[in-house]
Design a protein around this ligand. Structure first.
Ligand code: SF4
Ligand code: SF4
Length: 427
């Protein structure tokens, strides 16, 4: 239905019509409250300018090793040749990131298979004085307490991947040579937490566990009491764009995510996926990019290759030689404008200034172009927005904020993926 503005979208909430404006993010009671076409065009132009700004490298991601002791069915690295980074490659990457502020994720594979490289990063970051927030992902391997303490002293945020109670986790994330991967993950969680790190849990939703995710999520929250939880229902395609074999499908994804979000709101749990949608919606601050890969992320994989998207770089797509700094800059420039406000197909979408465009790698494989979209993800974003609109019309926008606000001690969202947002601000 058209109201003379392609940015105005009608919703029926309990029999009442309300109008959501995709640029102002306001909810109006009548279409007459809509800003003028001139104001809309000015807003759109300002968002486009903001999306194209060069904020430098705001996030680094180092695949310290692509080796892993697990064999998770959904891992996008399964067809990738394995290798490890070198200290010289780490130094070259840190040089490009500069003095920050930036986030740096130590990733893999299983990065803790190379504690020496992690220590190297810590020493280099310390000695440079750069403002770099470290985070590291792990599925759980034995970790030396002194390494955990060194990470804690740098304020490192640790993300442990755990998909549920032992019987769920062991089948989703099996070890190649041993049986109990849950036990390894649990030990790692406690080693880091006892050392003083902030520790979050990342849960992957697949076709196999989607029916029990709500109860598994609650169980993890109560059993571990993590500082943050992540819930990822979008699995990346495998190398060459092959569809991920365990991607969950249909409306169950939205139902599952929303039910977990409601638990999180009630219990005051910080969930990145909730925060990155709810904060801009509640504050009326557009979110123009969902991932720093759109021009602000430096990804490094073994072999001296750099890119701006994790999956593309590790799968050998859109990667350049790390030492060729002009090529690195050109690549970041190519990705910088990748925001829905610049995509013709997104202009009439209600989630235009909120979805951030989702994952560029997934959209690229779904559409064949860097500025395309992944239809099932778009459906999810629009329906999630509908849920936020309905909840705020009924109970106010504040009802979307977890009890106690958004915990600032949790993993900060990458600097600059949202315009106007400061990392240090909580609710
Ligand atoms: S675009 Fe997707 S795959 Fe690439 S870094 Fe971002 S979330 Fe990861
Ligand atoms: S949900 Fe999809 S169509 Fe809508 S703005 Fe985002 S990427 Fe574009």
């Amino acid at each position: 239905m058209s109201f003379g503005s392609s940015f105005l979208h009608a919703y029926d909430v309990n029999g009442e019509k309300v109008y959501f404006h995709s640029l102002t993010l306001e909810i109006y009671n009548s279409p007459e409250e809509c800003p003028s076409p001139e104001t809309e065009q000015e807003l759109l132009a300002s968002y486009r300018r903001k999306a194209g700004e060069n904020s430098g490298i705001i996030m680094g991601c180092m695949f310290l090793t692509t080796r892993c002791p697990r064999n998770c069915g959904y891992c996008f690295l399964q067809d990738v040749q394995h290798g490890d980074m070198t200290p010289a490659e780490i130094d070259a990457g840190l040089e490009l990131i500069g003095m920050g502020p930036a986030d740096l994720l130590l990733y893999g594979g299983e990065p803790f298979l190379r504690p020496d490289l992690i220590l190297h990063v810590i020493r280099r970051v310390r000695s440079s004085g750069a403002r770099i927030n470290l985070s590291a992902a792990t599925g759980g391997v034995p970790v030396n307490t002194s390494l955990a303490r060194a990470l804690a002293s740098e304020g490192t945020f640790i993300i442990v991947s755990i998909d549920g109670p032992p019987y769920v986790h062991n089948s989703a994330r099996p070890l190649i040579r041993e049986k109990n991967s849950f036990e390894k993950a649990e030990k790692a969680f406690h080693v880091f937490r006892n050392a003083g790190c902030r520790v979050g849990i990342s849960v992957t939703v697949t076709e196999r566990n989607i029916e029990t995710v709500r109860e598994d999520f609650l169980w993890l929250m109560e059993y571990f009491q993590p500082d943050d939880m992540g819930l990822n229902p979008w699995l990346h395609p495998l190398k060459g764009g092959r569809a991920n074999p365990v991607q969950a499908t249909g409306p169950r994804i939205l139902e599952t995510v929303v039910s977990c979000m409601e638990i999180a709101i009630d219990r005051g749990m910080y969930i990145e996926q909730l925060a990155r949608r709810v904060r801009p919606f509640v504050r009326l601050i557009p979110r123009l990019k969902d991932c720093a890969s759109a021009g602000g992320r430096l990804v490094q994989v073994p072999g001296g290759i750099a890119g701006t998207c994790d999956c593309m770089t590790v799968c050998g797509d859109h990667g350049v030689n790390l030492k060729d700094t002009d090529d690195v800059k050109d690549l970041l420039t190519l990705f910088r404008d990748l925001s829905p406000v610049n995509f013709p197909a997104c202009i009439t979408c209600p989630a235009l200034a909120l979805c951030g465009g989702g994952c560029r790698y997934d959209a690229y494989h779904a559409s064949g172009v860097l500025n395309g979209s992944r239809p099932e993800r778009c459906f999810f974003e629009r329906e999630f927005l509908r849920w936020m609109i309905e909840k705020s019309v009924e109970h106010g926008r504040e009802s979307l904020i977890p009890a106690g606000g958004f915990d600032i001690s949790a993993m900060p969202m990458p600097v600059g993926t949202m315009i106007g947002e400061e990392q240090s601000v909580d609710n």
